[in-house]
Design a protein around this ligand. Structure first.
Ligand code: TYD
Ligand code: MG
Length: 430
C-alpha cells in the first residue's frame, strides 16, 4: 500500500511482521539434552539483591535467577506500586510491561516514588510474542508483567484473561525465565472470594506466590509468601502505603498493638509467630446479649469454626453461659492468623468482654486451648517470650507443658504457666 487512506500521505506505511511463532522457536529457547544428575553443573548464581529489604526477606533472601513469581491481591492494594518500586530499587536493567496503564501513567506513578532507576524500561503492550521479542533485545535483569490477565498469545483465539490464555502465556513466560535466567514477576488479579483468578495450575507453574492480604481500607498492607520454592512460606512483610509509595514497617509488633495505655475490656495480646518471626497481635472481642433469636458469631482474621469450638469449650467445660450471646472477634490491623497459639488470647479477650473487665495491658498470651479446656503447649515458646519481653510486656501466660525444662530465671518477664482455663480466669480476674 503506497498511500495512507486516513491521512493521505505517501510511503508512511511500515511493515511489521506478525508471524505466528511455532512452539519450537520462542525467543530465548535453546536445545536441551538429558544429562546425568551426578554430572549436572551447578553454576552457583548468586541471588539478586532486592532493594526493598522486607521483600528481600520474604523471597527467602533475594531473587533467584530464572524464577517466576506471582503477586496477587485486591485491586488498589498496591501490586503495581510494589513492583514499580522493586524496578526502581533494583541495580540493573528492568523491563516493566503494563497491559493496564500507558507509559505516561506509569511515569506519573514512578514520579511519586522515592527512588528512580535510570535503566528501567516501560512498555505498554499485551501481546506476549512482542513482549518476549522486546525482552530478547533489551536483555533485562528483571521482567515485570502487569498483569497476566491482560496478556494474550496469538496461538489461541480465546479472549485475554481466559483460562487457556493465562495458562499459555504463563507457560511461555516460564520457558523464557528458565532458558534465559531472567527472573519474571507476574501480577495476578484475584476473584471476589480472594483466590487468585485463573486456573489453579497457575499457582503450580510459578515458583513463588506472594499475596497481599486484607483490603485496601487498612493502613497496613500485609504481603505473605503463600508458596515459595526458594524459601519458607508463611513469612510475611508489612508495608504502609503513604504519599511516596509503600514504606516498610520494620517493627510490626508495635504497630499491631493499638493503644496499650487505655484499659479496655475485650482486648488481649497474642504472642504469635508468623513464619520465623515472632509477632504480637491484638485480638479484640465483643460479647453482648443477642437481640434477635439466633446469636451471631462473626470473626475477622480468625477461623470462624475455631471460634465456635473455643466458645463451645468455654460453655461446656468452664460453665460460661455464652450460648445466648453474640460474639464478634477481630484481629487488629487486618491480619489473618492461623497460629494455634492465638487461642488463649482469643479466649481471654472473650472472657474479658463477657465480664466487662479489662485485662492488665502488660499481659500477653501464647498457648493453644484444647477441647477439654486444657492449655496446650505451642512451638518455639522461648522466642515468643523474648519478643514479648522486647516489646515491654510484664507477664506472659503460657502452658505449663511449654516451659518444662526451661530456665525461667533467664527472662526479665514474668512467665505464668497454667494448665486449665480456670487458672487463667483466676489469674486475670480472680
Ligand atoms: P496500585 O498499586 O495501582 O494497586 P493495584 O496495582 O494493586 O491495583 O494502587 C495502590 C493505591 O495506592 C492507589 O489507590 C493509589 C495509592 N498510592 C498511594 O497512596 N501512594 C503512592 O505513592 C502511590 C504510587 C499510590
Ligand atoms: Mg495495578
Amino acid at each position: 500500500m503506497g498511500k495512507c487512506t486516513s491521512c493521505g500521505e505517501w510511503n508512511t506505511y511500515v511493515e511489521e511482521v506478525v508471524s505466528k511463532p511455532t512452539a519450537k522457536q520462542l525467543p530465548g529457547d535453546q536445545q536441551r539434552q538429558p544429562e546425568l544428575l551426578v554430572d549436572v553443573q551447578v553454576d552457583s548464581q548468586p541471588r539478586i539483591e532486592v532493594g526493598i529489604h522486607e521483600l528481600h526477606r520474604l523471597l527467602g533472601g533475594g531473587l533467584v535467577p530464572g524464577s517466576l513469581t506471582l503477586v496477587g491481591g485486591e485491586p488498589g492494594i498496591g501490586k503495581s506500586t510494589l513492583l514499580l518500586q522493586l524496578a526502581n530499587e533494583l541495580k540493573g536493567q528492568v523491563l516493566y510491561v503494563s497491559g493496564e496503564e500507558s507509559a505516561a501513567q506509569i511515569k506519573l506513578r514512578a514520579d511519586r516514588l522515592p527512588q528512580a532507576n535510570p535503566n528501567c524500561y516501560v512498555l505498554a503492550e499485551t501481546q506476549l510474542i512482542k513482549i518476549l521479542n522486546h525482552a530478547e533485545k533489551i536483555k533485562p535483569d528483571l521482567l515485570i508483567i502487569d498483569s497476566i490477565q491482560t496478556l494474550h498469545s496469538d496461538d489461541l483465539d480465546s479472549a485475554p484473561g481466559s483460562i487457556s490464555q493465562i495458562r499459555t502465556c504463563t507457560s511461555d513466560l516460564l520457558r523464557y525465565a528458565k532458558s534465559t535466567g531472567v527472573p519474571v514477576f507476574l501480577i495476578g488479579h484475584i476473584t471476589k472470594d480472594g483466590a487468585l483468578a485463573g486456573p489453579k495450575v497457575l499457582e503450580h507453574m510459578v515458583d513463588t506466590v506472594l499475596q497481599f492480604e486484607g483490603d485496601r481500607n487498612h493502613v497496613y498492607r500485609i504481603l505473605r509468601a503463600v508458596k515459595n520454592r526458594f524459601g519458607s512460606t508463611n513469612e510475611l512483610a508489612i508495608f504502609q502505603m503513604d504519599q511516596s509509595g509503600l514504606r516498610e514497617v520494620s517493627n510490626p509488633s508495635e504497630i499491631l498493638i493499638s493503644n496499650r495505655d487505655a484499659h479496655l475490656s475485650g482486648v488481649a495480646i497474642a504472642a504469635s509467630i508468623e513464619g520465623v518471626r515472632p509477632l504480637l497481635i491484638e485480638t479484640q472481642a465483643l460479647v453482648s446479649s443477642a437481640v434477635y433469636g439466633t446469636p451471631q458469631r462473626s470473626s475477622t482474621g480468625f477461623d470462624l469454626r475455631r471460634l465456635s469450638m473455643l466458645l463451645a469449650v468455654l460453655e461446656k467445660r468452664c460453665g460460661f453461659r455464652l450460648g445466648a450471646k453474640d460474639v464478634f472477634l477481630n484481629m487488629a490491623g487486618g491480619i489473618k492468623v492461623d497460629d494455634p497459639a492465638t487461642d488463649l488470647a482469643v479466649v481471654s479477650a472473650i472472657l474479658s468482654s463477657n465480664e466487662d473487665f479489662p485485662i492488665d495491658p502488660g499481659t500477653c498470651f501464647a498457648a493453644e486451648v484444647g477441647l477439654s479446656g486444657e492449655i496446650r503447649p505451642v512451638n518455639r515458646v522461648e522466642q515468643r517470650i523474648r519478643e514479648a519481653q522486647k516489646i515491654g510486656f510484664e507477664r506472659i501466660i503460657v502452658s505449663s507443658y511449654s516451659v518444662k525444662g526451661l530456665d525461667l530465671k533467664q527472662f526479665d518477664i514474668q512467665v505464668i504457666a497454667v494448665r486449665k482455663i480456670e487458672e487463667v480466669f483466676n489469674e486475670l480476674f480472680g
